[in-house]
Design a protein around this ligand. Structure first.
Ligand SMILES: [Zn+2]
Length: 720
């Protein structure tokens, strides 16, 4: 049996620890490497008050080797560490068992947040099992921080809830855990899943604070816990259900999900206006953002459900061209069967490539829906069959003899199994290449929720575990769920990174059953998100309101479904409710009246000319309460001299007027206002007025909208 590392005992007390500083334009952190554990000493805005931290990082205290629990003593190895202006790495080692731990902080842009992760390498000859190792643990001194708040947002999974954006007061005894996975199935009595991040700030004065988020799509959580003057803060994998353990092979390593940490002023929109450009610059795909047509305007076939065929696709492509839409997106229904991702010969006798080519001929792009980790019963060559012995070993559980797939869902293969990963990497590449794709949408659940296999790389299931049908009523939870997600997510990321390298310019839509995989890890591996699975105007605006606190507007896709539009203004209200980010039309545009056709054509032209540049580049401000459908709501974009206000009027009959208090303008300047639909005459207003009493908008009818464009018109008359 291995003995405890003795290095710790030799650590000299009183020795001055290693110190380092890392800073961007927006945040400065002080770091120290104590003998037994490292610590972030403080974080601050470059010119703001510091948040001091009294707690060192919690490194694993023991590992399991050959079935025995072995204590681990970590010793700082100053000679192995490094610190320059971009990256700080403190290295700790234990000789027996032989482990090395890298505590790393990095800045990847001159502005915005810094990133942090912990890597543990197994340098020994035996497999080691690590316990839960959090990404980041802090105990912040908040005694001088007045009126502390925590802003966090739910995923729009299924349907956005009535709350969506939460603003909690962090008072004595405050305890909060926000969870994220790729499932987001609401469990009775549990809170809805969040985009894994918290924005913590003092609501007094300049509204200064910090934000932290997790760049990982597996099972993660963020915890805040206030006791007296200390705010305990933990980010990392979700330890529940536990106990978590993960295998590290000799020569292998475990890496905590990367955490981003930023400091800001100006309240939650101040945080968002710093974070979104950073995500674009650091997490985003340069190939995607350098395309001036991003975010695209899309026509999707799901308005006709599974009834898609060559004739419909051709008709939709031609109408898309007429309307000025830029991509035809074929949704589910095109394939032979689940796990059999070849065109259905009855529906597509000439295959998919000619459809893609026709779109290309007309200057459109071609996108395709796939749920590529699923296996089912088809037996044709190329199909992933659950009874194939090779495939059976990859499945999260055996299926019964009478098992049948659903219309577009089968049994999930665990992509975290290396052989499965390699198969899916080839299969994704084949789909992209042979169907001439410009965009691949993945739907369903790529990452297994749980896995009953004991011979996969992840931890084995509990004896009590039972999966006959994933996340069905008979799903029994198991302590290996988080580790299953850890391996599967890393495999999924590696497949998409490879596919991107092979197909520059290819777009990835992260759908994952509609808004369930919305996090900073998938933001780094995909190009845009389906943000909710409910597509009416109110749900679209709610999901956008919530998600846009944390992610670039260009990445936020709203599907716009058929909705009652008896009057022309209702039609524009429907279109514009999905037009604040990436818009995908999901209805039969051939059924639109000639007037609606023309209105849509003009709306799409305006999007390309004036809205899209703002959606890509502008600061975004939440200038109303969260949409409730009854009252007014709005979003403001502002970018160096020009901007737009999206104004929506709800159902309340006697609310024809509303004032939006704008943000981001100059008090001493004047602004030219242009009301796109002519609901008010164009005029000039003072910045002080627009940011004081507000921008007045008048709309005669409920369920209508207006776009108010703003232009800088020089210094105000009041300024002499
Ligand atoms: Zn598995």
């Amino acid at each position: 049996m291995a003995a405890a590392c003795t290095a710790l005992l030799r650590a000299e007390s009183g020795q001055s620890p290693f110190k380092a500083t890392l800073a961007t334009r927006d945040i400065r952190i002080e770091l120290s490497g104590g003998q037994g554990a490292p610590q972030l000493d403080s974080l601050s805005r470059s010119n703001g008050a510091a948040w001091r931290n009294d707690r060192s990082e919690a490194l694993p205290e023991s590992v399991e080797v050959n079935g025995e629990r072995v204590p681990v003593g970590w010793q700082l190895k100053p000679e192995l560490g490094s610190a320059d202006g971009r990256r700080v790495v403190f290295v700790y080692e234990c000789e027996h068992p032989h482990l090395r731990l890298l505590w790393q902080w990095e800045r990847r842009a001159a502005f915005g947040p810094v990133e942090h992760k912990i890597t543990i390498e197994n340098l020994g000859d035996h497999e080691a099992w690590l316990p839960m190792t959090d990404s980041l643990r802090l105990g912040l001194d908040v005694h001088a921080k007045a009126d502390l708040r925590n802003l966090y947002v739910e995923k729009g999974a299924d349907k956005p809830s009535a709350v969506g954006t939460h603003m909690d007061a962090i008072t004595e005894g405050y305890r909060w855990t926000g969870r994220s996975s790729t499932y987001s199935h609401p469990v009775d009595g549990e809170a809805r899943e969040i985009i894994p991040a918290a924005i913590v700030f003092s609501a007094a004065g300049p509204q200064e604070g910090w934000y932290a988020g997790i760049e990982f799509s597996g099972r993660t959580r963020v915890e805040l816990d206030r006791s007296g003057a200390e705010l305990s803060t933990v980010l990392g994998l979700d330890p529940d259900p536990g106990p978590f353990r993960t295998r590290v092979e000799p020569g292998g390593s475990f890496e905590t999900p990367t955490v981003l940490l930023g400091a800001f002023a100006g309240g939650p929109d101040g945080a968002g206006n710093q974070l979104r450009p950073w995500e674009r610059a650091v997490l985003g795909n340069p190939e995607t953002w350098s395309d001036p047509k991003y975010p695209l305007l899309v026509n999707n076939s799901w308005g006709n459900g599974m009834k898609v065929d060559e004739a419909l696709a051709t008709r939709m492509i031609h109408d898309s061209k007429e309307l000025g839409l830029e991509m035809f997106h074929m949704d589910a229904g095109w394939f032979r069967g689940v796990g059999d991702w070849y065109p259905n010969p009855q529906k597509f006798p000439h295959g998919l490539a000619p459809i893609a080519d026709e779109a290309h001929r007309l200057g459109l792009r071609f996108g395709l829906w796939v749920d590529w980790t699923q296996a089912a019963l088809d037996t044709e060559p190329g199909a992933l069959n659950v009874h194939d012995p090779k495939v059976r070993d990859w499945l999260v559980a055996d299926v019964g003899p009478d098992w049948k797939p659903e219309e577009f869902k089968g049994q999930t293969a665990d992509v975290g199994v290396p052989a499965a990963r390699d198969y899916f990497a080839k299969e994704v590449n084949r789909i992209v290449t042979s169907y001439h794709l410009d965009m691949l949408e993945h739907d369903g659940y790529l990452v297994a929720q749980g896995c009953a296999r004991g011979d996969h790389p992840h931890a084995p299931p509990d004896a009590s575990m039972k999966i006959t049908h994933e996340w069905g009523s008979d799903f029994v939870r198991s302590s290996n769920e988080t580790d299953v997600s850890y391996h599967a997510v890393r495999a999924y990321y590696s497949i998409y990174a490879e596919t991107r390298r092979e197909h520059p310019g290819l777009l990835f839509e992260i759908c994952n059953d509609g808004g369930r995989m919305v996090d900073f890890g998938s933001a780094a591996h995909g190009d845009y998100f389906s943000i909710t699975d409910t597509y009416d105007p109110l749900s679209n605006r709610r999901a956008f309101f919530d998600t846009s606190y944390l992610l670039p507007a260009a990445m936020l896709e709203s599907y716009v479904e058929k909705w009652p539009t008896p009057r022309p203004e209702n039609f524009l209200y429907m279109l514009r409710s999905g037009m604040m980010g990436w818009e995908t039309i999901m209805q039969d545009t051939n059924a639109w009246t000639p007037e609606q056709h023309e209105a849509a054509r003009q709306a799409f032209a305006l999007y390309k000319q004036k809205l899209r540049p703002l959606i890509r580049d502008a600061e975004l401000f939440h200038i109303s309460e969260r949409p409730d459908g009854a009252h007014w709501d709005g979003i403001e974009y502002w970018n160096r001299g020009s901007g737009v206000v999206f104004a929506f009027r709800g159902t309340v009959p006697d609310e024809a007027d509303h004032r939006f208090v704008l943000a981001g303008l100059d008090q001493h300047k004047r602004y030219r206002l242009h009301f796109q639909d002519g609901s008010s005459p164009d005029s000039i207003a003072d910045g002080a007025e627009l940011m004081g009493s507000g921008l007045q908008v008048h709309l005669q009818n409920p369920l209508s909208s207006e776009l108010v464009f703003l232009e800088d018109a020089g210094s105000s008359r009041n300024e002499r």
